[in-house]
Design a protein around this ligand. Sequence first.
Ligand code: SAM
Ligand code: SF4
Length: 334
Amino acid sequence: MDGPLIDPHGRTVDYLRVSVTDRCDFRCVYCMSEDMSFLPKKDVLSLEEIELICSAFIYRGVKKLRLTGGEPLVRRNVMWLFRKLSRHLKTHALEELTITTNGSQLERFADELSDIGIRRINVSLDTLDPEKFSSITRWGRLDNVKRGLEVAKRANIKIKINTVALRGVNDNEFDNLISWCGDEGFDITFIEVMPMGEIGDSARLDQYMPLSMVRAQLNNSWTLKDIAYKTAGPARYVKVEETGGRIGFITPMTHNFCETCNRVRLTCTGMLYMCLGQEDRADLRTAVKADDGGDSLMAAIDEAIGRKPKGHDFIIDRRRQDPSNPRHMSVTGG
Ligand code: SAM
Ligand code: SF4
């Protein structure tokens, strides 16, 4: 129960993503239904319990930690968790503490995040058209997110925009998003829509757009050069000669990146998913609540990593109207 976490396929697990809440102040059409029901509070781990689990993973060699959700910045007192975890940055046990956010609360929290040691964040933004923004997110306001981005930029936080490519929705805006990111000094990553969770209609099937198509479209307007740049995530990057910015592509549907998968995901109820595309999960909740100095927790983590599967199995299939994975993205945080 010591040393790095190595799975049965020889991959070292050094990246943990934690969904700190399943709740959100947006209702993005590809992610949630309008009338989502959320977990009762009693099922959600306390921030102290989340901190204990994260610290156990860091002790076992996790170097990158991303807090996500739901919307992580709507969880009450989440800054306590950031502050507490930031001690691992100071000792260099942790290389990076970061967040994926919809940006709605950034205006309020960006300075504090910077102060704590957050150097890089991902902000999800699918359009620069205020009306379209409100229709995709149902409850969000673009001007609010833009103000948050300004504050984060001034606080010296590097920003990567995450854009879900949606055919017939934002596919006429990619060029505009790329020039805007170039002007602002942001990187941008395009994501394929994934069949996660029941969202109340079958729109996702029509909106699915392979990123090979996105890239072909971009080649008409930009000079894209493949580069070796890598983050802890699965994106492949190109450089845009005209703007100097980077574009990433995350293609779970058309490219299998499982062979280099270094990550596991913890839900806010304490379930550890060893693969985004598989149902198997390990219960860390019981273990973190056991009052035995962390022994049960370490044993549960080892047992879970020993079950990490080789790969996933997503399919968007028009014959099947049910999502191939019934879990919502807000449970595991993408
Ligand atoms: N609320 C935060 C946000 O939106 O950035 C963090 C959680 S959100 C679930 C994380 C990422 O998952 C976002 O970039 C979002 O666009 C993406 N996402 C949600 N549902 C998706 C789906 N069905 N397919 C692909 N990406 C999805
Ligand atoms: Fe909320 Fe993020 Fe899902 Fe949108 S993608 S509903 S912001 S969790």
